[in-house]
Design a protein. Sequence first.
Length: 126
Amino acid sequence: MFLAELKREEREAFLELASLIAFVDGNVSIFENSIIEKYQREMELEDYKIEGLALEDILNRFTTERSKNIVLTEILQLIYADGVFHDSEKESIRLIKTHFGFDPNEFGSFKEWIVKIKELSKSLER
């Protein structure tokens, strides 16, 4: 949705993060895989090969408030794609929030927004 606003380096870092988060529960669902492919098209990085960067190295590439908000919003959408919020995904979100300096109350509003977007998307598919 907003990924095109990121700089090239941030786009690549986002794909690294999305790949890491999608696999954090030990399984990449078809829903998560299709969202990652959508991300690649949106960011014009269809040929980008995942390097397997460490989480902290990835997160350090996002320096503005706007890019951090975009990243958290899109990652939450990815996590909710399969309808399950695993403990490992919760822990990853906690690490991202802490690294980015997000207020815990702010996370609640992000989560609610993503759930609403998911509901809207489902109603459009019908």
